[in-house]
Design a protein around this ligand. Sequence first.
Ligand code: SF4
Length: 261
Amino acid sequence: MKPSIKTQGSTESILSYIRPEVFPTPFCPGCGHGILLGAILRAIADLGWDMDEMLFVSGIGCAAWIPSPHFAADTLHVTHGRAIAFATGAKLFNPALKVVVIGGDGDLASIGGNHLIHAARRNLDLTAICANNYIYGMTGGQVTPTTPLGVRTATTPQGNSEPPFDLCRLVAAAGATYVARYSTYHIRPLIRSLKKALTHKGFAFVEVLSPCPTQYGRRNKLPQPGEMLQLMKEECVSLQRAEGMSEEEIEEKILIGEFVS
Ligand code: SF4
C-alpha cells in the first residue's frame, strides 16, 4: 500500500484521515470510544497506509460510529451484528482491500457472536476491533455477554447473574491467529497491537476495554470518566506480570496483552 502521509503518527497526519465536518463526535463526554478512534487512526498513520485502500465495516451501536461517519474512507454501516458477514463478502469480492471491522461487545459478541466465532474458525483475512464497554450503550444500557457478574444494567437492575465471555479466550479457541486485549488507558501498547493486527495475515482480533460513563458508569457508582480509567489501570495486569502472580491474585484482574501472535 502506498504511503499518503509524510509525518507518521503525528496529529497533523491523523487529521487528514478524518472528516472535519462531522466533529465534534456524538460520543458522550468521557466515552472511551474517542480515544480508540484516535488510536486506530494513529496506527494507520504510523503504517503510512492510504485509506483509499481500506474498508471499514460496522454494525449498530456507539462503537459503530467510530469509523462511520468519522473516517475519511469507504465505510459500510450495516445491520446490527452483521458487520463481519458484510466484511467477509467485501473481502471475497476484493481480496486486495484491507477490511477492518469495528464494533462493540453487544454488536460483535452477542447479536453477531456467531459471525465472530466462525470468522475466527475460518481464519478470514480480516481485522476485528471490539470496543468492549460491558454494556449496550446506544440502545439503552442492556446486559451483554461481556457484562461482569454483579454489574447493574437496564435489564439486570439487581446485578448481572450470568458469567461473561472472555472474548480473547473465546476467539483464540475458535482459531483466530492474532488475539490481543488492551484498554483505552493503555494507549501505547494498544497502538502497537493495532498495527500488528492491521498487518496480520488472517483473522486478527483486538479487544479494547472502553469506558462508558453514561450507561455503565452511572448505574454502577462510577459516573466520572476519570474513575473508570483509574479502575482500568488498577484492574488490568499484563500477561507477563501475571506469570508471577498466584491464582487468587489473578482472579480479580483483567489480563491484557497478546494472547495469540
Ligand atoms: S452511551 Fe456509553 S458508549 Fe455510547 S457514547 Fe455514551 S459513553 Fe460512549
